[in-house]
Design a protein around this ligand. Structure first.
Ligand SMILES: Cc1ncc(COP(=O)(O)O)c(C=O)c1O
Length: 493
């Protein structure tokens, strides 16, 4: 495997030069700061998938050349996942499911609950994305939300002392701890290997949602090699790892799956079927992947993981931390800007995601102005982590003193209940961050001007009075088809 320089990788993305017309008539380059939602596409990995298309066939066919080539590439993709998180393939399996990690988390919640129904408690942190909370609520019995260190808007990581207290209080009842390696709201990092050691000491399993971590920092299955610090299951989404269109991924200790009826059944996971029964294959990952898989997406993701390993995740992490500090320092220099989560990365480590608000300005207005006037793509709202966002915002929401009898109280609450989030990727430049800071400074210097340009709808979203993003004229699938299929291409033209 040839090494690859980080700087060259940062240039290898599709969409770095995408330009849009703005509300003031300028046409500028997009600054993509929404990588926590979905990252841009690594071009060379996309090309690997495109080349595979020449051979495309089903992995469930076995004999012909194309089927063998595709099956080999698909197996290679699994191997890349196992290599990336440094697991022993005899102990762990990697399988793909659904279109994101939500599918794998639902699957794991069902599997773990079925394994030990007598342990009907799952501990989930307060900062979880709904995807690592609701499946456990639905399948596990009872979910307890783990407190975080720190207070109000400066909450930190998972509180290990409180975690141990809960284990002691509920001896023998906790089936699993389900926590994210890094928050999708604040980027705050949790000590997942220390949590694993605690969980194992009390006979619980640990599931780690690595969706916001794997693209940003090294995350081996055990940080020291000590077995008690090994994670039992780790899940992530390929579309947050530079491979849109790829499936959700789970890396799971084989012993958790062995001997259990697979959660999903169908073609590809059986060795024999009669009219009265079927025999599940003992082979991993086949037994966990009923149906024809998303071969192209998986191979594209495998290619991304391979490229990231060529550069080295430690180097990628270090480069992102430089940008993150630029962002945090710049945001802290803007008066009236509140950063959520402990803002000191030396005290509470975080990855490249920062949520904030400009005091006195609705999150929807800030995000709309930054998009329409500064071409900065960011997300606002509660980021599918409502309990966490509400907790971070609690003092501000109380201070609003909304009249519960007012007719538009729900609309008012929506307008103020949320944040704006900037999230970084490998391709984020110092210039992208400067553009965000400049936009925020401008907005803060003349909020009344910008406010008059917008109306707010019943959902708390802001719409420009005269400018609408011309989505259809910027990307029209039929026009693309017309361009590709030049006249005369089809008989009868
Ligand atoms: C931490 C975290 N977990 C889970 C998810 C759900 O991912 P998906 O929608 O790809 O299933 C997300 C998506 O934003 C996330 O940030």
């Amino acid at each position: 495997m040839r090494d690859f320089p980080a700087a060259a990788l940062a240039q290898d993305f599709i969409g770095l030069d995408t330009r849009y017309p703005l509300a003031d008539g300028r046409i500028t380059r997009r600054h993509y700061l929404d990588s926590a939602a979905s990252t841009l596409t690594l071009d060379s990995a996309r090309q690997v998938a495109d080349e595979l298309l020449r051979h495309y066939a089903n992995t469930h066919s076995e004999l012909h050349f194309s089927a063998r080539i595709v099956s080999h590439a698909y197996a290679w993709a699994h191997q890349q996942v196992l290599n990336f998180v440094q697991v022993d393939p005899n102990q762990y399996t990697a399988f793909f499911a659904g279109s994101g990690c939500t599918a794998t988390l639902n699957r794991l919640a069902r599997i773990l609950a079925a394994q030990r129904p007598e342990r009907n408690l799952v501990l989930v942190s307060l900062m979880e994305h709904h995807a690592n909370d609701l499946p456990h609520r639905k399948h596990a019995g009872t979910v307890i939300h783990l407190p975080l260190t720190g207070q109000s808007s400066a909450l930190g990581a998972i509180d290990l002392t409180a975690l141990e207290r809960l284990f002691k209080q509920h001896q023998g009842r906790v089936n699993a701890v389900a926590v994210s390696a890094a928050s999708n709201v604040t980027g705050i990092v949790n000590p997942v290997h220390a949590i694993a050691a605690l969980a194992h000491a009390y006979g619980a399993w640990i599931i780690v949602d690595a969706s916001q971590a794997l693209a940003h920092a090294p995350l081996p299955i055990s940080d020291t090699g000590a077995p008690e610090r090994q994670l039992d299951a780790l899940v992530f989404s390929g579309h947050k790892l530079y491979a849109p269109g790829s499936p959700g991924v789970a890396v799971v200790r084989r012993s958790l799956l062995d001997g259990q009826e697979p959660d999903e059944v169908g073609g590809g996971m059986v060795d024999d079927v009669s009219l009265t029964g079927y025999q599940v294959t003992p082979r991993f990952p086949d037994r966990e992947e009923a149906g024809t898989p998303n071969i192209l997406g998986a191979v594209q993701l495998g290619a991304v993981l391979n490229m990231l390993q060529r550069v080295g995740m430690a180097q990628i992490h270090a480069a992102e931390q430089t940008r993150l500090r630029q962002l945090l320092t710049g945001l802290a220099s803007i008066p009236g800007l509140r950063i959520y989560g402990d803002p000191d990365p030396d005290r509470t480590p975080r990855l490249g995601t920062v949520a904030f608000n400009l005091v006195g300005l609705e999150h929807g207005l800030v995000a709309a102005v930054l998009n329409d006037y500064f071409n900065i793509a960011m997300r606002n709202g509660c980021f599918c982590a409502h309990p966490y966002v509400r907790e971070l915002l609690k003092p501000e929401l109380w201070a609003l003193e909304l009249d519960p009898d007012a007719e538009d109280v729900a609309r008012q609450l929506k307008a103020w209940q949320g944040m704006v989030r900037a999230s970084l990727g490998l391709y984020t430049t110092a210039e992208d961050i400067e553009a965000l800071l400049a936009g925020l400074r401008d907005l803060q210097s003349r909020p009344d001007y910008y406010r008059t340009q917008y109306t707010m709808d019943a959902e708390g979203n802001f719409h420009h009075r005269t400018f609408t993003a011309p989505a259809e004229s910027l990307f029209d699938p039929e026009a693309v088809l017309d361009r590709i299929n030049s006249p005369g291409q089809f008989s009868g033209d």
